[in-house]
Design a protein around this ligand. Sequence first.
Ligand SMILES: [Zn+2]
Length: 575
Amino acid sequence: MKMSRLFAPTLREAPAEAEIASHKLLLRAGFIRRSTAGIYTYLPLGWRVIRKIEQIVREEMNAAGGQEIMLPVVQPAELWQATGRWELYGSEMFRLRDRHSREFCLGPTHEEIITELVKGDVHSYKQLPLLLYQIQNKYRDERRPRFGLMRGREFIMMDLYSFDRSPESARESYARMYTAYEAIFRRCGLSCRAVEADAGAIGGSGGTHEFMALAEAGEAEVVFCPDCAYAANTEKAECAPPPEAVPAADAAEAAPPRTEVATPGARTIEEVSALLGLPPERFLKTLVYKGDGQYLVVVLRGDRTANEVKINNCLGPFRDLRLADEDDLAALLPCGAGFAGPVGLPAARLAVDSEAAVPAAFVCGANRPDAHWRDVVPGRDFPLPLTADLRLARAGEPCPRCGAALGGARGIEVGQVFNLGQKYSEALSARFLNEDGKSQPFYMGCYGIGVSRAMAAAVEQRGDESGIIWPPAIAPYHCVVVPVNEKDPTVTAAAMTLYDKLWAAGVETVLDDRPERLGVKFKDADLIGFPLRLVVSAAGLAQGQIELKRRRTGDLEFIPLAEAVARVRLILEEN
Ligand SMILES: [Zn+2]
């Protein structure tokens, strides 16, 4: 490819809406362009990266026994109504009607439609296990699409679905996919970590893991144990139960009866903490949620953060769990959220995090303006009808398995594997005849990889201030050849010959034949992120040499022109 012909419109400045490195760099380097919020066009460089990631995914899925198919994007509402997800998916689903007013959606995922397919054509245990996958656009009407390809409304995914005859066989399919995923991300040059996760809207009974590309820009937080194998998304991470022993000064019997203290205008934990000179962990935080029209009161220690996934799993599921707004509170707690506390609230609505249920003396809102209670003891001053793990885990807390202090990191979710059990096959009556001639529902698994998101994750992990640093396996091109003076016929002839030889040796190469200043060409080469740059100059040629630069390390060296192709191939193979 000649740079003068390549449609890669680079930009000096990133557009203002781009917040994170991958979004800025993919726009600036001419890989993608925004069409509308959360929807992008892949330009030639971007599409080459996508095709390479897809090819790695395809090879590994085929090697693991998968067969590629293509399911429809437009799906009828009836299938989704049968599993209850037409309602559950809520406003994230793109919905449409045909000319006969029949309802459809643009597929956000494909469990329903593939279960229906297999139900029609697979009837015997002899046809199992069956692993089918596709690589296709998915649609989710995100409330706030952002971060470029990271959280889009249209995105490219690989999704595989496994159908098995027994739970044991389903676990084997799961294990095979887990191993294949590790191979895929390693081959793509991504540094990933598998963590326990929450199944969310996909549901299912058999557990799930997310594959996280570790990066500061990641939206997900993970915790992992330095001593054992435990690693989990903070939405899922179990919090170790509170220690049995409570300091004597805080013990219930030692605590005096509760007393009211005036806390004028002090609404937040920080404000009351400063006013009373007590640390936030001595406070109770009272949060009012609304789920499907019901109110719930969740009590946590003042220094902790509520985990809405755990709250929903423990108390729901609700279609729309959210914090109550001012209008809701006006009816329930006229004092407002700042002075809310569990004392005197209806027990039926109380759920208390296990750390906030210990027999210690706490401070909490008095459900009256400008007042708090001191020496409130859970179980003595308010009932404990439901105690559970309801908070977000944090780095530094003890590992729920072994007790070592957990480490923390941020990650980008690039893949997720689910053991679904019989959730979908039961709902859609997808059954087969087992060895005993009895009809039973399939055991299913589903497995997704965000292909476009993996591209963004690679940029997050490898970019620098000059541009992108592609892992060679997914780089749009391996190498750029830059002639120093395109008016010098000796230089252009040598550059052209080198370019042809590289292609003949299987090295995907761009020849920067543009009549631009050398500085501009070098800047663009760094920005686009070619793993290798070869500079052909008259001075170098006089010595029989060319200059080679490795983008990742920045190392420069002169190498003999005659050995250039072999050297380039060797470096690419090593990476
Ligand atoms: Zn551990």
